[in-house]
Design a protein around this ligand. Structure first.
Ligand code: M6R
Length: 599
């Protein structure tokens, strides 16, 4: 949901390459428009921005050549205001003295803009990032040019969740503020920087300062100062040394991050299983679930993470005899918000750990006195801070917007928890990484063939039964996301209750089948094939199932509990290959963002 980066250095230099590199590491957050601003020591502002992807805009506007001692970069995922030059960030104030950029949403954007226009400020677009700049400008003009005070006053005017970075040509400092959106700062030798996320800072420095909501950070080349917005009081916080891996956004020979991340799945699953075996957090997590006794456990997620919750609920029920309620974040608030209480436990699942729909649900659970168990991939995320107990997904950064490896590890984590809740030996789960590796190798050519068949279809269905229901939903989401094709996932036994009417000659229906469900699935396959539909099975080898379908994507034979996780892989590969065949960019599909910090 937009990415911002700001840097201040102790000498004037070519800053463009640093800004573009930082932007590249934030590209997963937004790619509707790109912009950079630099300021030289004499206060000249160079602003270059446009609609489009980073590499195109960078080449067109020669962003790497930009010089200065202060710089700001922004990548936009449009919410307020269509993607356009005027709405691209950074933004200037009325006189062009100040420049700033934001991420997040200012919900009273329209009212503030109208007020600014009435007051005579020069409003050029409709974007709420521009509103942040004018909000500061307005107070700056009134208070005799004190930036820190102007930002504090603007904070009171700006409703919503956001973070922004801003500077004035005559004030040789860089300012940033956090209210609900991610923000982290770093300090190095002769420079300081601030960003929406760690990956853009780590290649520059490992000395990190975390910023919390309601705080302003003031950057100079040799220091970071923190202030509380509420009363302007200084805050003392030591920089911490971040010694995690510097995840460089490299494709490592793969044509796309999505394919690289699909291929990383055996490795990340192995690492997660090792971590869970040794983690005291896993014990505490399980104790918290056990402590809610017979009460249902809520598994709360959105998008792909919700599909993992659906699978998790199945695992909890089937393997551990525990009722779990899979539920979407906003629905948790509406449906259970007043019904849950201090005895309840919710497992809140989010790759980014920043999804607003999830953080809102966490807030409600807290208000009701229930326990918050967090599952996320991004260490240091807001979900981590708001969890009583948490487990990381240990996938490393997932750059591609479609979630792949994080879904697999969410599924692995739920399976592991179900085994532990059931008191079962978890050692058989260590067969999973190898199973995933073999599935990748064996299913790849078949997945390509299926993608070739789907190339000429603009609608299709994925069906799953029992444990593969969640996988069918995830498969459909993945295919829609990266190919812009209408694809619906559902329980195979539901198909006859209406959707069957879409089937006509050649219409593709993919049946994701776990071991033991083949006989049931053969019924559902025939409901489709007798009406002219083209049935494709994704399953371990099964002669009777094979005899009933037109195409088959075979996966290695496995234990029933492990199968749904392996069956995810061919679906990911089909989506990927269809995307490539259609000429869409699987890493950065149109209209989407990796981190959704909006309601
Ligand atoms: O970061 P989260 O897991 O909370 O994100 C939730 C969804 O926005 C996310 O899973 C989305 O559906 C993905 N783009 C799917 O690939």
């Amino acid at each position: 949901m937009c990415g911002i980066f700001g840097i201040i250095t102790d000498n004037e230099q070519v800053l463009g390459t640093t800004l573009v590199d930082a932007a590249r590491r934030l590209a997963y957050r937004g790619y509707d428009s790109v912009g950079c601003a630099t300021l030289t020591r004499d206060g000249t502002i160079d602003l270059r921005k446009d609609v489009g992807r980073l590499d195109d805009v960078s080449a067109r506007l020669d962003l790497p050549a930009m010089r200065g001692s202060r710089g700001i970069a922004q990548l936009r995922w449009a919410t307020f205001g269509a993607p356009s030059y005027a709405n691209a960030q950074p933004h200037l104030d009325s006189d062009g003295d100040m420049v700033g950029a934001h991420n997040g949403n200012v919900v009273n954007n329209v009212q503030l803009r109208e007020m600014f226009i009435r007051e005579g400020l020069v409003v050029r677009g409709t974007n709420d990032g521009e509103t942040c700049v004018h909000a500061v400008e307005r107070h700056f003009d009134r208070n005799g040019g004190r930036m820190l005070e102007a930002i504090r006053a603007a904070y009171a005017d700006l409703e919503g969740d956001y973070a922004f970075v801003i500077t004035h040509r005559d004030d040789h400092r860089l300012f940033a503020i956090k209210k609900g959106s991610g923000l982290v700062a770093g300090i190095g030798d002769g420079f300081a920087c601030v960003s929406s996320d760690l990956p853009s800072i780590l290649p520059l420095t490992r000395r990190i300062v975390r910023i919390y909501d309601g705080e302003i950070v003031v950057l100079t080349p040799h220091a970071l100062e923190l202030y509380r917005v509420e009363d302007g009081a200084p805050i003392h916080r030591e920089a911490e040394w971040y010694d995690g891996p510097v995840e460089v956004a490299e494709k490592e020979g793969y044509p796309h991050f999505m394919l690289k991340e699909i291929h990383q799945q055996p490795t990340v699953a192995r690492e997660l299983l090792h971590l869970l075996d040794r983690s005291p957090h896993a014990d505490r997590f399980l104790e918290a679930i056990a402590a809610c006794g017979e009460r249902p456990v809520y598994l709360v997620g959105c998008g792909t993470s919700y599909h993992a919750c659906l699978l998790g609920a199945y695992y909890f029920g089937q393997i551990a005899g525990r009722i779990a309620v899979p539920i979407l974040g906003p629905q948790f608030i509406e449906q259970c918000g007043t019904a849950v209480g201090p005895d309840d436990v919710g497992v809140f699942v989010s790759q980014s750990g920043e999804t607003k729909d999830i953080l809102n649900a966490v807030k409600v659970m807290r208000r009701q006195g229930g326990r918050v168990l967090g599952v996320f991939n991004v260490i240091g995320s807001s979900l981590m801070h708001h969890s009583d107990v948490y487990l990381p997904l240990a996938c490393g950064y997932e750059i591609s917007v479609p979630a792949t490896k994080t879904f697999v590890n969410q599924a692995v984590l739920f399976l592991y928890l179900a085994y532990r809740l059931a008191g079962r030996d978890v050692r058989p789960l260590h067969a999973l990484p190898d199973l995933l590796a073999r599935t990748l190798g064996e299913s790849e050519p078949y997945a390509r063939n299926v993608a070739a068949y789907l190339q000429h279809w603009n609608a299709l269905n994925y069906l799953g039964y029992g444990v593969t229901h969640a996988i069918a939903l995830e498969a459909a989401l993945k295919l829609k996301e990266v190919t812009y094709t209408h694809c619906e996932g559902m329980l195979s036994s539901e198909f006859k209750h209406g959707p069957l009417s879409v089937v006509h000659d050649g219409y593709p229906v993919l049946f994701i089948t776990a071991p033991g469900d083949e006989a049931m699935m053969i019924n559902h396959v025939n409901e489709v094939t007798t009406r002219g539909g083209h049935a494709i099975a994704i399953a371990a080898e099964h002669p009777a199932l094979r005899a009933n379908v037109h195409d088959y994507v075979p996966v290695p034979v496995s234990e029933r509990d492990l199968a749904p996780i392996a069956l995810t892989i061919p679906a990911q590969l089909i989506a990927y290959h269809l995307s490539v065949a259609r000429g869409t960019d699987p890493d950065f599909p149109r209209n989407l963002s990796k981190t959704l910090t909006v309601d």
